[in-house]
Design a protein around this ligand. Structure first.
Ligand code: FPP
Ligand code: MG
Length: 263
């Protein structure tokens, strides 16, 4: 636990940020590239699995912060199509960890009390069966909820998502359900993940931890064309704090209301 938690000035700053965020309410959808788990572990002489496990704890805390701040959507990049290139042992660990996290979400009172809709986005069919089952259980259990949408990107790639949307639209043309000239931005947006009638909407803010300045094929359609802010920060994902999260949101809000850096 950080000493900062006991620092009254820090607590005051945190409260101030929280009040400003809640009062403005202009950021509805935050997407997070949770990066730096292995570097966090390596620099402390720990196994990379510990880095991932601590990273998952940060993910859980961020969910609490979203509820507290009244966000509508949070989308985590948990496993990219690129991540399939990692060694078998690490992939197995990540899939087991994610399966456990989905099982915990399924049995968490917090999810039902706060009406959190839990979904996965990506090429889910590429994931191991136990993980797919855990996803589908919580997906079905939370189907009617709409207070906060928790979207977990797994086996996800932004270009792949657009390819899948193009294939779905081509199928509809072939079946005579639409004509090619009826394809609009809205129709493409409706053809994106997941396929439950409520596609992941436009993103207001992408946060990336771990000091990398790239958005890495994450939500290209949802983040472009709508003034999405990008916030890159140095902390590794396991050490990402509430104040980092709130600072990112405040920065995006300031850009939106014309008080931040202009392009
Ligand atoms: C990036 O750090 C992190 C990942 C590829 C895995 C992220 C997954 C979790 C935190 C599990 C959360 C899942 C749920 C459903 C709660 P990295 O491995 O690229 O580390 P590095 O950049 O230091 O190499
Ligand atoms: Mg990384």
């Amino acid at each position: 636990m950080s000493w900062r938690l006991f620092d009254p000035a820090y607590a005051l700053y945190e409260r101030l940020l929280r009040n400003e965020i809640v009062a403005s309410g202009s950021i509805e959808h935050v997407a997070v590239i949770q990066d730096g788990n292995r570097r966090y572990a390596r620099e402390r002489g720990l196994a990379k699995q510990i880095g991932h496990s601590l990273g998952a704890k940060t993910t859980e805390m961020v969910l609490d912060w979203c509820l507290e701040l009244g966000l509508k959507h949070i989308t985590f990049y948990a496993f990219s199509t690129e991540n399939f290139k990692r060694d078998e042992e690490e992939k197995r660990y990540l899939f087991d960890l994610t399966t456990r996290k989905f099982e915990e979400l399924y049995s968490s009172k917090k999810i039902y009390a706060n009406r959190v809709r839990v979904r996965a986005i990506g090429r889910i069919d590429l994931l191991p069966a136990d993980l797919r089952e855990a996803i589908s259980r919580v997906d079905e259990a939370t189907r009617g909820f709409d207070n906060l949408f928790l979207n977990v990107a797994l086996a996800y790639g932004g270009q792949g998502e657009l390819v899948d949307a193009a294939r779905a639209l081509a199928r509809q043309i072939r079946e005579g359900r639409i004509r090619a000239d009826e394809i609009t931005e809205e129709l493409v947006a409706q053809s994106l993940y997941p396929y439950d009638g409520h596609p992941v909407p436009k993103v207001d803010l992408i946060i990336r931890t771990g000091g990398e300045y790239r958005t890495s094929n994450f939500l290209p359609w949802q983040a472009n064309g709508n003034e999405c802010a990008a916030y890159f920060c140095a902390p590794y994902w396991p050490e990402f704090r509430k104040v980092d999260f709130m600072r990112a949101i405040r920065t995006a809000q300031a850009i939106k209301t014309g008080r931040g850096q202009q392009a």
